[in-house]
Design a protein around this ligand. Sequence first.
Ligand code: TYD
Ligand code: MG
Length: 459
Amino acid sequence: MAKVKSAYFCQSCGYESPKWLGKCPACQQWNTFVEEITEKKSSGVPDWKSDTSSIKPRVNKPQKVQEITYTEEQRLITPDKELNRVLGGGIVSGSLILIGGEPGIGKSTLMLQLALTLPKIKVLYVSGEESEQQIKLRAERITPHPLSECFILTETSTQNIFKQIEVLEPNIVVVDSIQTLHSAHIESTPGSVSQVRECTAELMRFAKESNTPVFLIGHITKDGMIAGPKILEHMVDTVLQFEGDRHHVYRILRAIKNRFGSSAELGIYEMQGNGLREVSNPSEILLSLREEALSGVTVSATMEGMRPILIETQALVSNSPYGTPQRSSTGFDTKRMNMLLAVLEKRCGFKLGAKDVFLNIAGGIRIEDPSIDLGLIAAIISSHEDMPISHKICFAAEVGLSGEIRAVTRIEQRIAEAEKLGFEQIFISKYNKKGIDFGKYSINIQPVSKVEEVFELLF
Ligand code: TYD
Ligand code: MG
């Protein structure tokens, strides 16, 4: 009997080692190594082809860059405009797309909705998570396109999946989820590093050789990693992350990596009783329609991808009843919040050390654009001093460690969006002033260079 080959894999990053290690040398995590059997019976024939006659060994030769010809990649434009945007203008044929997200966020809904609304495109939806009945129940809530051709297959063995694919010849394959698949070539359990890696590799070969786009759904662990094997991210063409607060209705689809487009793009959806609805004018929804100014609330003009989004930032500063003040933020990096608080202490003399500070970005959305800094600082001081800031004022600038107000990108787009939504004044960095045609706007543009200056103007 042949000796069974095995290796140890870090379940966190996929690092492979011939022997057990306490600490992973790659990701520095402790106690993450698990033995997995890696023995492969390789026949040299891809699993998804039983007919081997068409397979020719290919030998590539080096080619001069100038001599390489290329054809524009073919893209399938879906009815889902947000998905098209995030993918960089539609689904590229033969691409492998990973959709990650926490359980219950709506990954299966997003993919099933895509399958049901694509007219005349044969989609094979492979599920290892739910039964046909469960998927049917979910599908009942979504209005399908009358010409859609969505096939459901509940199967977890890649070899069987490829057999069905050969019969059905779908135009798109969706796999829900990669962690439930197993390949007969690997003996370890589904969800383990070597299984996930092998199944992804098989699907990758299938996608490339048959030119069929494949969507993989992947679960994400609490700390935001595509569960266990981060290795997946390197293998696929595109990584999309579906995120949002489960208790809010808004969901964000973010491109983290995209070989065929910008990775700064973002799509916004609203989870409704009948599936996900695209949100095409996010600012109007994310701004609560306030009639009056409230203390601790400001509006920032942020950019998500290529789109300006005006969003409400809320702060609450109160005396800490216990010895250690609490600092918490929702939708914003806590480290960055602490930095902003330190700037306020050190540069502006506000005594916030013994205060509880809570920050919240409205709508359960996470903002990464630093242009939200100035709006947050203004909200913190507004709450601290209990002085409201006019709800007709909006902010768009980054704050540096010395309290300087820094320029942000695409300022004109932000100004235009603020004007469109009826704001009367926008605070920007004076370094952003250059190149702005002030005469073009009816909104009052207020350039500032220091945090102190902003407070003098506001209060
Ligand atoms: P689901 O797609 O199952 O999440 P995931 O695959 O990421 O785990 O979505 C789960 C939630 O979405 C569930 O709580 C029910 C809700 N939902 C709606 O609100 N409306 C709908 O039309 C559908 C299909 C689901
Ligand atoms: Mg699911």
